[in-house]
Ligand binder design. Structure first.
Ligand code: NI
Length: 138
C-alpha cells in the first residue's frame, strides 16, 4: 500500500460545505478518499490533454466594480488573442458579471489562459471546460 501523508488544508467554510455535499452525493464516506479521487481526476485530465488541440470555454463570475480587475482580465485576454474565438459578457445583477470566453487551440495555452484569469484577485468563480479535438476531426 502506498505511504499515506497527512497535511492541513485551509478552505472557505462554504467551499468545504459544498465539497462535503458533493462527496455525500457521490457516496464517499470520508474526505480523504473524496479528495484523492478529485486530485486523480484532475491529474488525469491534465495528462490526456497536455499536448492536444482542445475547444472549450472559460467561465468567470466577478464584481465589475473592482475596476482594476476588469482591466486585468482584458489585458490577459489580449495576450491570448489567437486562442480566444469569442467572449460573451452578461450583467447578472448590480454587482456581478458572468463572462464566457470561448477558446480553441493548444490545451496547455488554454489552461494558461484559465489559470491567469483565475489568479486575478477578486474573481469569484472561474472554471475551464475543455474537450479534446485530437482524433475528432471528420
Ligand atoms: Ni457586466
Amino acid at each position: 500500500m502506498a505511504q499515506l501523508v497527512r497535511f492541513g488544508v485551509s478552505l472557505e467554510k462554504g467551499l468545504l460545505e459544498a465539497f462535503d455535499k458533493r462527496s455525500r452525493a457521490k457516496k464517499y464516506t470520508n474526505r480523504s478518499q473524496a479528495l484523492s479521487d478529485l486530485i486523480r481526476e484532475d491529474l488525469g485530465k491534465i495528462a490526456c490533454e497536455d499536448n492536444g488541440e482542445v475547444a472549450g470555454a472559460v467561465v468567470l463570475i466577478y464584481d465589475h466594480h473592482k475596476r482594476e480587475l476588469v482591466n486585468k482580465l482584458m489585458d490577459i485576454q489580449h495576450d491570448f488573442g489567437s486562442l480566444i474565438m469569442s467572449s460573451q459578457h452578461v450583467h447578472l445583477d448590480h454587482h456581478h458579471c458572468l463572462e464566457i470566453v470561448a477558446v480553441k487551440g493548444n490545451a496547455q495555452q488554454a489552461r494558461q489562459l484559465a489559470d491567469s484569469l483565475k489568479a486575478v484577485k477578486g474573481i469569484k468563480h472561474a472554471t475551464l471546460a475543455i474537450s479534446g479535438m485530437t482524433g475528432n476531426a471528420k
